[in-house]
Write a protein that binds this ligand. Sequence first.
Ligand SMILES: CCCCCCc1ccc(Oc2ccc(Oc3cccc(O)n3)cc2)c(O)c1
Length: 255
Amino acid sequence: MESLLKGKNILIMGVANKRSIAWAIAESLYKAGARLIFTYQGEKFGKNLKELTADMGEVLMYSCDVTKDEEIKDLFQRLKEEVGTLHGVVHSIAHAKVEELTGKYANTSRDGYLMAQNISVYSLVAVAREAEPLMTEGGSIVTMTYLGGERVVKNYNVMGVAKAALESSVKYLANDLGPNGIRVNAISAGPIRTLAAKGVSDFNTILHEIQEKAPLRRATDASEVGDTALFLMSHLSRGITGEVIHVDSGYHILG
Ligand SMILES: CCCCCCc1ccc(Oc2ccc(Oc3cccc(O)n3)cc2)c(O)c1
C-alpha cells in the first residue's frame, strides 16, 4: 500500500483534531505515499493540524472559510502556484446549529436550514468548481455523508436534509466532471465519536444500536473510512463515480 498514491497531490479539507474522520483519511493516504495539503478553519484547528502533521515533513496548510467564495478562489489560486497539479480532494466539512439537531425537524429555522446547506452542501460545489482546472490529470473528489440523508434518523433533522442534497450534488458534479476524468463520490460512514458527533443528540443510543444490530456487530472505526477513501483516491476505483459507499458494518441494509 505504500505506493498506491505515490506522486499524487491530495487536498484534505476538514481536519479539526486527531479524532476527525479527515485525519484518519490523511493517515491512510499518507501511508500510501500521497503528498498531502490541508485546509483548516480557525486558529485552534490550525494549531492542532500543525501538531498532528509535525512528523509528516513538508506539509502545506491554508486557512479557508468555505462560506466565502473569495477564500475558496484564493485557496485554489495559491494551490495552482505552489502545488500545480491536484489529483484529489477530500471534503469533510459540515455544520448545523446544535439546537436544530434535536427535537422536531419542523422547528428548523430558515437561517439554520440555509447555514446547514451553505456549509455542508454548497461548499462542495464551490470547491469542485475551483479544483477542476487544477486536476489536469484527472482525479478523485470524496465527501462524507450519513444514513440520515437517505432515511429518517431521529435528531439528525436538518443535517439529514443537507446530506440528501449533498448526495444528489455528488451525482450532478460526477456528471459535470466525468468528461475530464474527475470522479466524485461519497463515503456514508457509520457513527464515529468525533468532535462533530458531540453536537448530535442521543449519539450514544445510535452507536449502541449499531453494535447490537449491524451485520458486523460493531461500530465503524475511522481507519475503515480512511482506507475506503484511499481506495476512492486510487486507480483501483477508476470505474466508480457518482456513488455512495457505505462503511457502516452493513447497518444500512436493515429495515
Ligand atoms: C442521530 C444521528 C446519530 C449518528 C450521527 C453520525 C454523525 C456524526 C457527525 C456528523 O457530522 C456533523 C457535523 C456537524 C454537525 O453540526 C454540529 C456539530 C457540533 C456542533 C455544532 O454546533 N454543529 C453535526 C454533525 C454527521 O454528519 C453524522
